[in-house]
Design a protein around this ligand. Structure first.
Ligand SMILES: [Zn+2]
Ligand SMILES: [Zn+2]
Length: 260
């Protein structure tokens, strides 16, 4: 933690191959299934052989800490994150190593959401749970909507807190940067673009030149998968940046293991 920037590129560090999933929902997301509970997510991640997981609910990090606690002592590293919907209706995965930074960013996101209540009968329930998966309370905000934040504000705001941003599911026809804008804005400091398993085999032409990641975007346990491996010294954002840049021997290996 606290290793922002990648000025130091240690050579000779022992690298390991980590199965990684950097986009996953819990029961805080109204569209997620009831089985997306911290202990079940951790159990499924371990069964799949994942070593790194990021919890990225829609416009909230309210269950990230519970999943981190559920993973304590298991060897699974859990990053806290959010999937922010920009005012352009593009989804951006925001990743942080520590919960505090994610909650700082969550406060910014909440302030940029319209002051409306969720309608669970329309969108689904939004539950905050503890590390055992027990109900704590309902998140009353309307989360499944656009914030007032422009994509540039999201990328810069997350970077200012030491985090990393990835454009979500760019090969999907809705709520993606390419679907909304048709291109990646020049100079946008995203760490990578995320594609589905199909997108690994056939990335969109606008993704040329960008590092790619492939995550599950799981809304139910059975959708979790190992979409990629990171060859890194340790599961840190600095190492992820190195892997995405192919520096210091680090790399990302995409695994088009499933059609979707
Ligand atoms: Zn999305
Ligand atoms: Zn998602």
């Amino acid at each position: 933690m606290g290793r922002a920037g990648d000025a130091e590129e240690p050579t000779g560090a022992r690298l390991r191959r980590l199965g990684a999933d950097l986009h996953l929902h819990t029961v805080a997301s109204p569209c997620a299934e009831i089985d997306m509970l911290p202990p079940l997510i951790v159990e499924r991640a371990l069964d799949l052989g994942l070593g790194l997981l990021a919890v990225t609910d829609h416009n909230t990090a309210c269950n990230a800490g519970a999943v981190q606690r559920a993973a304590q002592g298991t060897g699974l590293c859990v990053w806290a994150g959010l999937e922010v919907q920009t005012r352009e209706e593009a989804h951006v995965v925001c990743l942080f190593e520590d919960l505090e930074a994610a909650l700082d960013w969550q406060a910014r996101v909440y302030a940029a959401l319209p002051p409306l209540a969720n309608r669970p009968e329309v969108f689904g329930a939004q539950w905050m749970v503890d590390h055992r998966g027990d109900y704590v309370r309902t998140n009353e905000r309307l989360l499944l909507t656009s914030t007032a934040l422009a994509v540039e504000e999201v990328v810069e705001g997350v970077a200012a807190l030491g985090g990393v941003t990835i454009a979500a599911h760019v090969d999907r026809p809705s709520y993606s940067l390419l679907a909304s804008l048709g291109f990646v804005p020049e100079g946008l400091d995203l760490a990578a673009l995320e594609v589905s398993a199909r997108g690994v085999r056939c990335p969109p032409p606008q993704a040329r030149g960008w590092p790619l990641v492939s995550s599950s975007d799981a809304h139910r346990l059975e959708e979790m998968r190992v979409g990629m491996f990171l060859e890194v010294a340790e599961p840190t954002l600095a190492e992820l940046r190195m892997a995405l840049g192919g520096r210091g021997g680090r790399r990302v290996l995409l695994s088009p293991s499933r059609t979707d």
